[in-house]
Design a protein around this ligand. Structure first.
Ligand code: FES
Length: 127
């Protein structure tokens, strides 16, 4: 199903119990426009998710897609295997359905990238 760009989707953000974020254990339902990134919507709602480059490059914002669908039209470094494994980069991810994501997955994503010989995997793990 295709919606016009002024429609919104419900994005549920789950912060794991063991997260170091102040929001650990919390769940937030946000309305996110089709042309809005999940990170921008979260920060606008006062949910301060981790991020650095905000260009889909550094992976600081990595999250897991539990349900739904997103696109990354402006990510500078996002691979097919990331998508297939269910990882997303909320700084550039835009919803295309109602979506649920688990945030604060940077460490797991670095391991995943390293295991798949993709940057910044080993370069960050070794530092
Ligand atoms: S903040 Fe750098 S990839 Fe999302």
């Amino acid at each position: 199903m295709t919606r016009s760009s002024n429609e919104t989707w419900t994005v549920t953000i789950v912060v794991p119990e063991d997260s170091s974020l102040d929001e650990a254990g919390e769940t937030y339902d946000l309305e996110v426009g089709a042309d809005e990134t999940i990170l921008t919507a979260a920060r606008s709602a006062g949910v301060w998710l981790p991020a650095d480059c905000q260009q889909g490059w550094c992976t600081t914002c990595a999250a897991r897609l539990v349900d739904g669908d997103v696109v990354h039209p402006n990510a500078r470094r996002y691979y097919d295997e990331d998508d297939e494994a269910g990882y997303i980069l909320p700084c550039t991810a835009k919803p295309r359905t109602d979506t649920t994501v688990v945030v604060d997955q940077y460490d797991d994503f670095l391991e995943f990238r390293a295991a798949n010989n993709r940057p910044p995997g080993n370069s960050k793990l070794d530092s």
